[in-house]
Design a protein around this ligand. Structure first.
Ligand code: NI
Length: 182
């Protein structure tokens, strides 16, 4: 396995529409997914999409850590998960702000409007169908990673730029307000 180089905002690969994966069970896809999972952990990320490692294909990996899950019945901790050739759709009209960072935009965080509940489908590296209805953090991270496949970065989704800042400053501001960790 290998740690892959992550493209940062400004690199054209992050703005292009990625291509479907012709054979999700191909050995090179399995290797790419293993490397992406290792890279995600190395960078302490919650998710990583293939275009972020300079591979313009429609697949992403993610995980839901116990301290990120909202505790909603459909937002529980998830181990490392891959979704290849995904489709997503919002369920209902409920949209809420999700605090997000991105490994391609290091050091910054923002509150981004996301559908609260979504359904997503796709396949894994065995070609088996993957599909869930999820809410909260799980729904947010999947929407964020899916956006990467369409060349969309989270600032393009933002409406309130006062809720955008350096992670360190936002943590300091939250501590000053006595709110503890954000
Ligand atoms: Ni990202």
């Amino acid at each position: 396995m290998a740690i892959l180089k992550i493209a940062r905002m400004g690199h054209p690969v992050l703005l292009q529409r990625a291509e479907p994966v012709a054979d999700p069970t191909a050995p090179e896809i399995r290797r790419l997914v293993a490397d992406m999972i290792e890279t995600m952990h190395d960078a302490s990320g919650a998710g990583l999409a293939a275009p972020q490692v300079h591979v313009p294909l429609r697949l992403f990996v993610f995980r839901v850590a116990a301290d990120r899950a909202t505790g909603d019945a459909e937002d529980v901790p998830m181990p490392d998960t891959v979704v290849i050739n995904p489709h997503i759709e919002a369920i209902g009209e409920d949209a809420r702000l999700c605090w997000e960072g991105c490994l391609s935009i290091p050091g910054l965080r923002a509150a981004v409007p996301r559908a609260w509940r979504i359904r997503y489908t796709g396949v894994d590296t065995a070609g088996h169908p993957v599909g869930r209805e999820v809410t909260g953090f799980h729904a947010g991270v999947v929407q964020h990673e899916y956006d990467h496949l369409d060349g969309i970065l989270y600032p393009m989704r933002m409406r309130d730029f006062t809720l955008f800042g350096f992670t360190e400053e936002l943590a300091r501001a939250a501590a000053r307000q006595g709110g503890g960790a954000a």
